[in-house]
Each structure stands twice: as C-alpha cells, then as structure tokens.
Design a protein around this ligand. Structure first.
Ligand code: DSN
Length: 414
C-alpha cells in the first residue's frame, strides 16, 4: 500500500504502518479469524465515504447529501442478498459482537432465556459467556458437544424442552464440525424458539457454496464480513422478511448511530469479489489446506479436537499431547513468525489465559496462494518449534525458513 502522503504528514505513524506491513509480509498468519483484503477493498476503506454521516436507511436518512451513500448501501445489500440468498440484509452492524447484541435486543426482553454454545466447546463470548453484557441482561443456558466432537441433538432437544428458550443460537468461533441446521431449527420450532445462527467464521465458505448454507433454515443469521469472507472488518445481519423491521430498528436507532459508510462501500466490493468463480476456488482450497493441516499435525502426535475439521480451522490440544500449554505453544510459534492463538478446549480446566489448546486456521495463507505442499511444511515447522521451544538456535533457523517462504507468497494488499 502506498503511504507516501502519511510519510510527509505523520512520519511516526508511517513507520508503524510500514513495520506492520513488514510483519504481515514476513509472518505466517494462522489465526483462524484473520485474512488479507484485496487492494480494491483497501481503497474503498480509505475513500471519502468515511466523511459522511448517514443515520437511517437508504431513502430514509436523518441528514441530507445521501445520493451516493444510499446507492452504496443499496449495492451492498443487493450483493449480500445474492451471495447468500437472503430475504433481508442489514449491512450496518459495526462488527460481529454488535450484530449479536442487535439481534438480542430486537427479539428478547431482559431476563429472556437463550440457548447458546459453551465457549470452551467452540462457541463465542457473545453467545452467553458470563463476563459479557448480554449475559447480564438475558439468561443464557449453554449446550456442549459430546466426546465424539458432535452435538447430541436428542440431548439438545431435551434441554430445549426443559428450558423453553425464546432464542436458540447456533454458531461458533472454534468449532470445526458442521451443524445439522435442519435438526437444530426443528428443535427450535418445536419449543417455540426463534432460531439464530452466527456464521462469522464460515461465511466465506457458505458464500462460495463449499459447505451447506444455514440461510434457508434459520430465522436470523449474523456474521462478520472479514474472516473467511475476506472483506473489511464489519458485521452484517441476514433474516427472514418477518424480522426485517425489528432488526433494522434495533440496529438504528436502537443500538448504533451513524453507519460507517466507507466500510459499507468496502463490504460491497468484497461481496462482488466473493461472487466470482475464483472465490469458490479459494474456498475449496481452504478446505483442502485445513484437512492437510489436520492430518499432518495428527501424524506428528498432536491431539485434534472435535474429531477433525470440516471447515477452515483445527483446534489442537497441545497440553495433553505435547505437554506444552496453549500459551507456551503460541509463544514458541511467535518466535518463528507463525501467529496462532491459544484457545480453550472443551471443558478446559486450565486458565483461559493459558489454556490447553491452540486454534489454527488457513484462510490467510490460502489467500496468499499457499497449497497442500506449503501446509505440510508449515505443520512440520509447528511441530519442530513446539518440540524445540527452548532451543533458540533451532527457532531462529526455522524463522528464517518461514520468512523465505512468506516472501514467495506476497500479500494482495501490500
Ligand atoms: N475474534 C474472533 C475470533 O478470533 O474468532 C471472534 O470474535
């Protein structure tokens, strides 16, 4: 990215941007929720739409001067509808956590009950973890996965019948298997609950139709637009027509102020990119790369959680397979220029800041063009670094090799 004007105006900031560009170029990004946007998305983010306030919705704004912002938002909505086959889309949520709060506030009253997936079993903080604001307002009951890595739907149904939730929430940020959408939504219907799916992690795979879509089944769907969808950081809500009005009202004026129009412009650009056949090839390669990573790591003796992966990431129990905590593993991999995140494993008894697992995802390296061959090498480096975590010399040697490979696969936006 060209930053010659920032260099003149604010050299201190220019240096930080250059350093981060170098870190991203020379580092191997395996954080499952991260990706690299295209130059076109970056340009839209840096466009003059950042100057404009647009409270309201296209055709119904509170401020004047909305000719082009209306066109931008309509374009983003139209493309998102096409991409996901949704009846109604709101592209204004600032990110995934606000999108979830918007949905809760649209359909729940304080004290209402929600069934959501337990954080250590792959759910997300905003699905009812006690530390969140949502958990202070609504009553969350959390369901878990079984030892085989799957959800026991009979058990879930019994729980739903006992708890009678107003909302049943599926979706995850570290779960690597697929959800039986039909079965989940049938349970919600039986107990009179609204069904919601948080597809933030897998939105790109769904858009590319390489995994089944929850859209025909669920009443309401939330997502981020970065992650596998490879757009700008942001959120979005998709829903059936009957929920359109309450969702829109809950977003604005209920929860947010002016939408970030430069971000919505960038979302529209990313949706156009995701509609292309090349995006489908990208998503197919993500699935292949994740599978290779799973198999290679298993062969190196790592314990893979949930019985394997059917999406873009693997959750690895490093503590019980290699005797190293998630934090230590994350730090060892940082030393060789590979970024992952420490992560809880189901019913982890360790501290969340030093849990038993690490989560590893391939969307970013796949964007750079890395395929099975490179993933095999990466798995070897991960194993070597963790096994030799106290040997600085070995770590330095691997780091040089990582940089060498990264230089062969440039990042699109840089
Ligand atoms: N931070 C995102 C993730 O890593 O999954 C979700 O909030």
């Amino acid at each position: 990215m060209n930053i010659k004007i920032i260099k003149k105006v604010d050299p201190q900031m220019a240096r930080l941007i250059e350093k981060e560009q170098k870190r991203q170029s020379e580092g191997m990004e395996l954080i499952a929720s991260e990706n690299y946007v295209s130059k076109a998305v970056l340009e839209a983010l840096g466009s003059v739409f950042t100057n404009k306030y647009s409270e309201g919705y296209p055709g119904r704004r509170y401020y004047g001067g909305q000719t082009y912002t209306d066109a931008v938002e309509n374009l983003a909505i139209e493309r998102a509808k096409k991409l996901f086959g949704a009846e109604h889309v709101n592209v204004q949520p600032l990110s995934g956590a606000p999108a979830n709060m918007i949905v809760y506030s649209a359909i729940l009253k304080p004290g209402d009950k929600v069934l959501g997936m337990d954080l250590s079993h792959g759910g997300h903080l905003t699905h009812g973890h006690p530390v969140t604001l949502a958990a202070k307002i609504y009553k969350f009951v959390r369901y878990k996965t079984e030892a085989n890595g799957l959800i026991d739907y009979k058990k879930l149904e019994r729980l739903a019948q006992k708890e009678k939730p107003k909302l049943m929430l599926a979706g995850f940020s570290a779960y690597t298997r697929q959800i039986d959408y039909k079965r989940f939504c049938n349970i919600a219907k039986k107990v009179g609950a609204i069904s919601m799916f948080d597809m933030a992690h897998i939105a790109g795979l769904i858009a590319a139709k390489v995994i089944p879509s929850p859209v025909p089944y669920f009443d309401i769907i939330t997502t981020t637009t970065h992650k596998t969808l490879r757009g700008p950081r942001g959120g979005m809500i998709l829903c059936k027509k009957e929920f359109a009005q309450v969702i829109d009202k809950a977003c604005f004026p209920g929860f947010q102020g002016g939408p970030h129009m430069n971000n919505i412009a960038a979302k529209a650009v990313a949706f156009k990119e995701a509609l292309k056949p090349s995006f489908r090839n990208y998503a197919k390669q993500i699935l292949k790369n994740a599978k290779v990573l799973e198999n290679e790591l298993r062969n190196y003796g790592f314990k893979i959680m949930f019985g394997g992966t059917e999406n873009h990431m693997v959750l690895v129990d490093v503590f019980n397979s290699k005797g190293v905590s998630g934090k230590e593993a994350e730090m060892a991999l940082d030393e060789i220029g590979i970024s992952v995140n420490k992560n809880m494993i189901p019913d982890d008894t360790r501290n969340p800041m030093d849990p038993s697992g690490i989560r590893i995802g391939v969307p970013a390296i796949t964007t750079r063009g890395m395929k099975e061959k490179e993933v095999k090498q990466i798995a070897k480096w991960i194993n070597d670094a963790i096994e030799n975590r106290n040997d600085k010399k070995i770590l330095q040697k691997i780091h040089k090799e990582v940089i060498k490979m990264c230089k062969k696969f440039p990042i699109p936006g840089i």
